[in-house]
Design a protein around this ligand. Structure first.
Ligand code: ADP
Ligand code: MG
Length: 285
C-alpha cells in the first residue's frame, strides 16, 4: 500500500465511523436541498481588483455539520464571512451574488445586519472573549437584543448557554471571574456560549481549534457533535481528520472556487474531482 492509499484509508475510516447511522439521512445532492437554511448562488468576492471567491453556489442544511476545507488562501474564511456579512467590515471587500437565510436575501438593504449576526453567529480562530466577567461575556448579546425581561431570566439564559457550550460545570462557581483568565479551550467554549446566548440559527466557526491543544480540541469537537441539529453549523478547518470527524458534508475550495461539495464520507472515499483527490491525499496544500 502506498502512503497515499494508507492516508486515504485512514480518512475514510474516520469518516465512516463518524457517519455511522447519520449517513442515511444525508441527501446526496447538496445544491438544491429541499429546505436549506442557507442558500448561496453565484457568489463572487473581490478585495479591490483581486477576486478571492469565484461563482460559488452552495446550500447548507439544518441537520448537517458542513466542513470547508482547502489549502491556505483558497478563500474559506472569505466565503464563510459572506454568510453573515462580516466582509462588510473590510472596506476593500465587495460581495456579489445571492445569499439567503430561510429564503430571505441577507444583502437586501432592508436586512438589519446586527440582527443578522445574532442569527448567524461566528466563532473565530483565536478565542476572543471580551475583557469582562464570564457572566457578562454571555449576557452581552441578550442584553443588547433585549432578550431577557429581568435578572432571573438573564441568569437562566447565561446558565443554559454555558451548559450547551459544555462549560457550565467548570465555571458555575466563578461567573464573576474574567473570561480572559480561562484556559484557551475554555475561552473558545465561552465564545461559543456567547454566540449561543442570542439563540442563533447558524453558527460559523473559522478554524476554531487551531490555537488549542489536542484535549481542548477534542472537547470542541464533542461540542460540535452535541450541537448538530440544533443549529446549522459550518466549520472551516485545514485539518482533514477534523473534517472527517465532525462533519457530514464537506466542501473543498481551491483558488477561490468550490471544486466539490458532497457527503464527507464520499469526499474522503471517492472524490469526483482529481483536485479533491490530490488534496485529500496530501499532494498539495
Ligand atoms: N482583508 C483582506 N484584504 C485583502 N486580501 C485578502 C483579505 N483577506 C483575505 N485576502 C486574500 O483573499 C484570498 C483568500 O483568503 P482567505 O479567505 O483568508 O483564505 P483561507 O481562509 O482559505 O486561508 C487570499 O489570497 C488572501 O490573501
Ligand atoms: Mg482562513
Amino acid at each position: 500500500m502506498t502512503d497515499d492509499n494508507r492516508r486515504n484509508e485512514q480518512l475514510a475510516r474516520i469518516a465512516r465511523n463518524n457517519m455511522g447511522e447519520a449517513a442515511a439521512d444525508v441527501p446526496s445532492e447538496p445544491i438544491g436541498l429541499a429546505d436549506p437554511k442557507i442558500s448561496a448562488r453565484g457568489v463572487n468576492v473581490f478585495y479591490g481588483a483581486k477576486q478571492a471567491i469565484k461563482d460559488v453556489s452552495i446550500d447548507v442544511g439544518m441537520d448537517n455539520v458542513v466542513a470547508f476545507i482547502g489549502p491556505s488562501g483558497c478563500g474559506k474564511s472569505t466565503f464563510l464571512r459572506t454568510l453573515n456579512r462580516m466582509n462588510d467590515t473590510i472596506p476593500i471587500a465587495r460581495v456579489e451574488g445571492d445569499i439567503r437565510l430561510d429564503g430571505e436575501d441577507i444583502y437586501s438593504p432592508k436586512m438589519d445586519v446586527v440582527q443578522l449576526r445574532a442569527r448567524v453567529g461566528m466563532v473565530f480562530q483565536k478565542p476572543n472573549p471580551f475583557p469582562k466577567s464570564i457572566y457578562d461575556n454571555v449576557a452581552y448579546g441578550p442584553r443588547i437584543h433585549g432578550l431577557a425581561s429581568g435578572k432571573a431570566e438573564l441568569d437562566e439564559i447565561v446558565e443554559r448557554s454555558l451548559q450547551r457550550a459544555g462549560l457550565w460545570n467548570e465555571v458555575s462557581d466563578r461567573l464573576s471571574d474574567s473570561g480572559t483568565a480561562l484556559s484557551g479551550g475554555q475561552q473558545q467554549r465561552l465564545c461559543i456560549a456567547r454566540a449561543i446566548a442570542v439563540d442563533p440559527e447558524v453558527i460559523l466557526m473559522d478554524e476554531p481549534c487551531s490555537a488549542l491543544d489536542p484535549i481542548a480540541t477534542a472537547k470542541i469537537e464533542e461540542l460540535i457533535h452535541a450541537l448538530r441539529g440544533q443549529y446549522a453549523i459550518v466549520i472551516v478547518t485545514h485539518n482533514m481528520q477534523q473534517a472527517a470527524r465532525v462533519s457530514q458534508r464537506t466542501a473543498f475550495f481551491h483558488l477561490g472556487t468550490l471544486v466539490e461539495y458532497g457527503k464527507t464520507s464520499e469526499i474522503f472515499t471517492n472524490p469526483r474531482e482529481e483536485k479533491t483527490k490530490d488534496y485529500i491525499t496530501g499532494r498539495y496544500g
